[in-house]
Design a protein around this ligand. Structure first.
Ligand code: B12
Ligand code: SF4
Length: 354
C-alpha cells in the first residue's frame, strides 16, 4: 500500500468514527467551471446584499487562489435528516417554522470541532510516514465552493435546487472540508441523477429558481429571512407563510430523500427543546429573552429585531385574531422595520388589505 493509500484509508476510518457520514477526496483544480458560474450569479446580482460573496470572488472560485500550496481537498458530509417531514409544520398557522438545519445546536461549531480533531489525527498519522502536511479546515464561513467540490469528490451531485444531493442521504447534508498539502489520490466525481424531476423548482413558494441549477438568492425565503436586513418586499410576504427562519421546501420534496435516514447525530437528533414554537410567544420576546431562547442556535445570529420582523409576517399570514394585541404593541416600537411589519400584519389580521 502506498503512503497516499494508507493516509486515505486512515482518513476514511477516522472520519466515520468521528461521526461524519461521508468523506471524499478531490484536487484543487477540479472545478474549472465554478469561477464562471459564480461570475454569472454575481453579474446578475443574484447574491442580493451578500457583498461578502462578491468581495471573496477570486478566492471562492479557485481553491488555489485561496491557498496556493493546497494539493488535495478532503470533503466531508454530516447527515441532518429530520424525523418528520418539515412541510407538515407549514400548516400550523399559530406556530413559526424554523428550518431543520437551525433547530438545534449551530452546525458550524459541531463540524468545525470535528474537522479540527480529524486534522490533528491526520498530522500525527502522517508523521509516522515521515510526512509533515499543512492543513486548513473550512465549514461554510470561508470562501470555499463546498458544493461543486463535494460533487467532484463523489459525495453527491448538485441538484436542480443547487444543493448537494446524495443517493444515501437525499438533500439533508451539511458540508465541510479540509485543505491539505498532502498528495492524495482523488475519488471519482458523482454524476447528476435529477433526470426529468423538477419537484424542487415547482414547489418553491417565491419562484427563486430562474432556471434549473440556478438560484436567485434575492427571491429565496432562506435569504429573505436570514440574510436580508430591512423590510421584506410585499411580493414575498404571503408566500412566506409561517416560515420565520430559512426554508426547507426545495429540500423536503426531493424524491432521493426516500433513501435518507434520520440523523444519527445525537446533537442534531435530540428533540427540539421543549421551548414553545408559538408565534404568540415569539412575538413577546425582548432582546434578553430572544438571546436566551436561541442560545447556541444559528437563529441567534440574525438578532431579535430581524426575527420579530419575520414573526410579524407569519402573524399577518396566520389568521389568528388572538395575536392582534401583541402585534399592536410591536407597532409602537421605534425600529421602523418592526413597526412597518406590524402595520402590515394588523391590516392582514383585520382583513383590511388593499
Ligand atoms: C451563500 C449561501 C447561501 C445563500 C445562496 C444559496 C446559493 N444556492 O448560492 C442563501 C442564503 C440563499 C442560502 C440558502 C440555503 N443554504 Co446556504 N450557503 C451559502 C454558502 C455560504 C455559499 C454558496 C455559494 O457559493 N453560492 C454561490 C453560487 C454561485 O454557488 P452554487 O450555489 O454552488 O452555484 C452552483 C450552481 O447553482 C451552478 N450555477 C450557478 N449559476 C449558474 C449559471 C449557469 C449558466 C449554470 C449552467 C450553472 C450555474 O454552478 C454553481 C457552481 O457549482 C454555502 C457554503 C459554502 N461555502 O459553499 C452555504 C450552503 C450552500 N448552504 C447550505 C444550506 C443547508 C442552505 C439552506 C438549505 C438553508 C435553509 N434551510 O434555509 C438554503 C438552501 C437554499 C438553496 N436552494 O440553495 C449548505 C448546503 C448543503 C448541501 N447539501 O448542499 C451549505 C453548503 C452550507 C454547509 N456548509 O453545509 N445559502
Ligand atoms: S427534487 Fe428532483 S430536481 Fe430537485 S434536486 Fe431532487 S431529484 Fe433533483
Amino acid at each position: 500500500m502506498s503512503s497516499s493509500d494508507k493516509i486515505k484509508s486512515f482518513i476514511h476510518r477516522e472520519a466515520l468514527q468521528l461521526g461524519f457520514d461521508g468523506v471524499g477526496f478531490t484536487h484543487p483544480n477540479s472545478i474549472p467551471e465554478a469561477p464562471k458560474q459564480l461570475r454569472h450569479f454575481l453579474e446578475r446580482k443574484r447574491h442580493g446584499t451578500m457583498d461578502w460573496l462578491e468581495e471573496t470572488e477570486a478566492r471562492r472560485g479557485d481553491p488555489k487562489t485561496l491557498w496556493s500550496d493546497v494539493k488535495s481537498i478532503i470533503t466531508l458530509t454530516v447527515n441532518y435528516g429530520p424525523e418528520i417531514n418539515p412541510l407538515q409544520q407549514l400548516d400550523n398557522h399559530d406556530e413559526g417554522t424554523i428550518s431543520v438545519y437551525a433547530r438545534h445546536r449551530d452546525y458550524h461549531d459541531l463540524i468545525k470541532g470535528r474537522l479540527k480533531t480529524l486534522s490533528s489525527k491526520l498530522v500525527s498519522r502522517a508523521k509516522t510516514l515521515n510526512l509533515a502536511p499543512e492543513l486548513k479546515v473550512f465549514v461554510d464561513t470561508a470562501p470555499v465552493m463546498e458544493k461543486p467540490l463535494s460533487q467532484q469528490a463523489g459525495l453527491g451531485w448538485q441538484g436542480k435546487h443547487t444543493n448537494l444531493v446524495s443517493k444515501d442521504f437525499g438533500s439533508w447534508l451539511f458540508l465541510g472540508s479540509i485543505f491539505t498539502t498532502l498528495e492524495i489520490e482523488p475519488d471519482e466525481a458523482e454524476t447528476d441523477h435529477c433526470g426529468s424531476c423538477q419537484n424542487c423548482l415547482d414547489i418553491c413558494p417565491t419562484n427563486a429558481f430562474p432556471a434549473p441549477y440556478q438560484l436567485d438568492a434575492r427571491r429565496c425565503i432562506s435569504y429573505l429571512t436570514i440574510e436580508h436586513a430591512g423590510p421584506i418586499d410585499h411580493e414575498f410576504r404571503k408566500p412566506m407563510g409561517n416560515r420565520i427562519y430559512g426554508c426547507d421546501d426545495c429540500l423536503a420534496v426531493c424524491p432521493w430523500n426516500k433513501f435518507a435516514s434520520t440523523t444519527n447525530e445525537m446533537k442534531l437528533a435530540t428533540p427540539e427543546p421543549e421551548a414553545s414554537k408559538q408565534l404568540s410567544d415569539f412575538l413577546q420576546l425582548d432582546d434578553d429573552a430572544f438571546r436566551k431562547r436561541f442560545s447556541g442556535s444559528p437563529v441567534k445570529r440574525i438578532g431579535r429585531n430581524r426575527f420579530i420582523r419575520n414573526c410579524l409576517i407569519a402573524a399577518g399570514n396566520s389568521n389568528q385574531d388572538q395575536l392582534i394585541p401583541m402585534v399592536e404593541t410591536l407597532e409602537k416600537e421605534c425600529d421602523e422595520v418592526i413597526a412597518e411589519a406590524a402595520r402590515w400584519a394588523l391590516m392582514e389580521l383585520k382583513g383590511q388589505t388593499t
